[in-house]
Design a protein around this ligand. Structure first.
Ligand code: SAM
Length: 339
């Protein structure tokens, strides 16, 4: 297999603007030495600047989505789609147990010190109970509570109304980064983890068409798989799917030997409960990748940080375990992360 080397992290405009604002604010307070990152190049020619053309949903996908929305008759769909978008964009990662424990210990220490300063005759057991209760209620009040999403039939349609077009565009853009840099890459097999509406299958098909001979879509939600299949069939269960060779599963293929040319996870890492689950998932997907692993998340600070966690985990393995193997066989697997 030809050597492929490339990794890209492109941030959406919002993140860039936010970062530029932070940078200019900190530069104002702490003057920084000027570094010529552009090496004399014009800013608009810098390789990190990309032109975002307007993308359109494939006609068949658009028509099928409209039909499903019409038939679902969901009340206040527009409001619910807007609320879901807001929720997903402001969602944070759950706080890690170790961080929570540290926070509790430091709060408890502070409260004990406060109580000791007041001195006097105290019933130690009663004080301890009071402090413990206070710690518990403070943590409950100030800690972000991550809640898992249950994508049932109705939430699936709301998600589709809210995110189908945006999700499709983001994935298509991310895959374009591969297409642009590696035009000879022609994937035959695809594994999409957390496939939801099947946007990755549609976007991949738009770039590589019928070279794709097997697309395995894995989603733990059976209603989501049914919805994705309805989209493929133009909301007509007797019709042939618009894209062939798409297979829906609720679990990842068990055998570690099964690999796919292209492995993707779009907006799915944010659905996993903690950093351990995310890291394990990324490593499993990496083992299933024979050429490219593509991870896409929202262009928010949280989305960006989740991708950085994934990148660090992958680089760690790459540096310490896979380097020798890859060198021996002159194979290079690549990851593309996009927010
Ligand atoms: C936010 S949706 C993204 C869907 C799709 N990738 C897209 O871009 O439209 C996340 C999906 O991940 C699925 N999911 C969450 N946890 C999962 C898990 N452990 N295994 C497989 N799928 C999972 C959910 O059911 C949901 O359909």
């Amino acid at each position: 297999m030809a050597a492929r080397s490339y990794w890209a992290c492109v941030l959406c405009q919002r993140a860039v603007v936010a970062r530029m604002m932070c940078r200019s604010m900190s530069a104002a307070t702490h003057p920084q030495p000027q570094v010529d990152f552009l090496k004399g190049e014009l800013h608009r020619k810098h390789q990190g600047v990309t032109n975002l053309k307007t993308l359109h949903l494939p006609g068949e996908l658009y028509t099928a989505a409209q039909s499903i929305i019409y038939r679902a008759q969901i009340t206040r769909l527009t409001d619910r789609a807007q609320s879901l978008t807001n929720f997903l964009w402001s969602r944070k990662r759950s706080i890690e147990d170790s961080t929570l424990r540290k926070k509790a210990v430091s709060l408890e220490k502070e409260l004990w010190e406060e109580a000791m300063q007041k001195a006097g005759d105290v019933d130690e057991q009663a004080l301890e109970d009071r402090i413990r209760k206070k710690v518990f209620s403070e943590l409950k009040r100030t800690t972000y509570r991550w809640t898992p999403m249950k994508y049932d039939e109705e939430l699936g349609v709301v998600y589709m109304a809210a995110r189908l077009a945006g999700g499709y565009a983001a994935v298509k853009r991310a895959l374009h980064e591969i297409k642009k840099r590696d035009p000879s890459f022609a994937p035959q097999t695809l594994l999409d983890f957390g496939s939801g509406l099947g946007t990755v299958a549609w976007a991949s098909h738009s770039w590589w068409g019928d070279t794709l001979k097997e697309m395995v879509c894995v989603d733990s939600s059976a209603p989501m798989n049914i919805l994705a299949e309805r989209l493929l069939k133009g909301d007509d269960e007797r019709a042939e799917p618009h894209i062939k060779h798409v297979y829906f599963r609720q679990f990842l293929p068990v055998s570690p030997k099964v690999q796919f040319d292209l492995v993707t996870a779009a907006f799915t890492l944010s659905e996993l409960q903690n950093s351990k689950d995310r890291e394990e998932t990324v490593m499993t997907l990496w083992r299933k990748t024979s050429s490219y692993l593509v991870l896409v998340e929202n262009g928010t600070k949280e989305g960006h940080q989740m991708l950085m966690e994934a990148r660090d985990a992958l680089l760690h393995v790459f540096r310490f375990r896979e380097k020798i193997f890859l060198k021996l066989f002159s194979v290079m697997k690549v990851f593309v992360i996009y927010s």
